[in-house]
Design a binder for this molecule. Structure first.
Ligand SMILES: [Zn+2]
Ligand SMILES: [Zn+2]
Length: 259
C-alpha cells in the first residue's frame, strides 16, 4: 500500500492511498491534482473520505465523483456537517473499509462542530491517521466552531492512539507551528532539532508529513498542556488557571496573534 501527499492550493495536502490499481483520497479540496495523480499512475478511484466541510477539503468532491462510477466507490463524510451530496454519513465509532484497510471514525469537534478523523485499525505497525484540520504537526486547528474543552477532548482522543500512528494532517504548517512551539517551550531540544530537520525538508520541497504521535507528544504544545513549562508559558499569556483546558485556550489565542 502506498501513501502519497498531493500538494494543493498554497499549503494543503490531499492524501492518496493506492495499491497500484485503485486509490482513495482524503479531503480533495481540488480535483485537478487528484485527477493528475490517478492518470499518471493509471489508478481507479475507489473512494473519497472527508473530515470536515471547509471548501479547501471538499471543493473537488463533485468533480471527482464521476471517477467513482467505475469502482462503485462512494464519498464518506461527517454526519453532522454539510458535505456535497450524496455521501455516506459517519459518526464516531463507525468503521469504513477501503482497499482492504479498516478505519474507525473518531468524533473530533473543535475546528468545526462535526469534524471527524479516520484511524486505521488492525495493523501491527504505523497505522494511518487522517486527522484533517484538528491535529497538525506541532499545532492544532483554529477553533472556528468549537470550544477549547472540545478541542482538548478531541486531541486527547487522537493522542491516545498508537504512538507509531502516521499523522496525516491536511496542511503544511509545520515550520510556523514549530516557531510557536519554541516560543512556548524555549528549552525543549526536541522542538529545535525537529525544526532544523523540517527546514532541510522544506528546502528540498519535501513534505514534513506524515508525523508520528510519538513525535507530536514531544514537540506539540497542544498535546503538552500538563507540562510545567507549557503551563508556565500559558499562564504568562493569560491562562485563567493551570487546568489543561485553560492552558489550551490560552495557547490557541496566543497562536492566533503569534507572528
Ligand atoms: Zn478546516
Ligand atoms: Zn484546511
Amino acid at each position: 500500500m502506498n501513501l502519497i501527499a498531493l500538494p494543493a492550493f498554497a499549503d494543503n495536502y490531499i492524501w492518496m492511498v493506492h495499491d497500484d490499481a485503485r486509490a482513495f483520497v482524503v479531503d480533495p479540496g481540488d480535483a485537478a491534482p487528484v485527477a493528475q495523480a490517478l492518470e499518471q499512475r493509471n489508478l481507479q478511484l475507489a473512494g473519497i473520505l472527508v473530515t470536515h466541510h471547509h471548501p479547501d477539503h471538499v471543493g473537488g468532491v463533485d468533480a471527482l465523483r464521476p471517477r467513482l462510477a467505475a469502482t462503485g466507490g462512494v464519498v464518506h463524510g461527517p454526519a453532522r456537517e454539510r458535505i456535497p451530496e450524496p455521501f455516506v454519513p459517519l459518526r464516531g465509532g463507525d468503521v469504513v473499509m477501503l482497499l482492504g484497510l479498516s478505519f474507525t471514525v473518531i468524533d473530533v469537534p473543535g475546528h468545526t462542530a462535526g469534524h471527524i478523523a479516520f484511524a486505521q485499525q488492525g495493523v501491527a505497525e504505523a497505522p494511518l491517521l487522517f486527522c484533517g484540520d484538528t491535529l497538525f504537526s506541532a499545532g492544532c486547528g483554529r477553533l472556528f466552531e468549537g470550544t477549547p474543552a472540545q478541542m482538548a477532548t478531541s486531541l486527547a482522543a487522537l493522542a491516545a492512539l498508537p504512538a507509531d500512528s502516521r499523522v496525516c494532517c491536511t496542511h503544511e504548517y509545520t515550520l510556523s507551528n514549530l516557531r510557536f512551539a519554541a516560543a512556548v517551550e524555549p528549552a525543549n531540544a526536541d522542538i529545535a532539532a525537529h525544526a532544523a530537520h523540517c527546514q532541510a525538508l522544506r528546502a528540498e520541497g519535501v513534505p514534513t508529513l506524515p508525523s508520528s504521535l510519538a513525535l507530536e507528544r514531544r514537540i506539540n504544545p497542544f498535546l503538552r498542556c500538563t507540562e510545567p513549562a507549557v503551563v508556565a508559558s500559558a499562564r504568562r499569556e493569560g491562562a485563567a488557571n493551570d487546568e489543561p483546558v485553560a492552558v489550551l485556550a490560552a495557547l490557541r489565542e496566543w497562536k492566533n496573534r503569534f507572528r
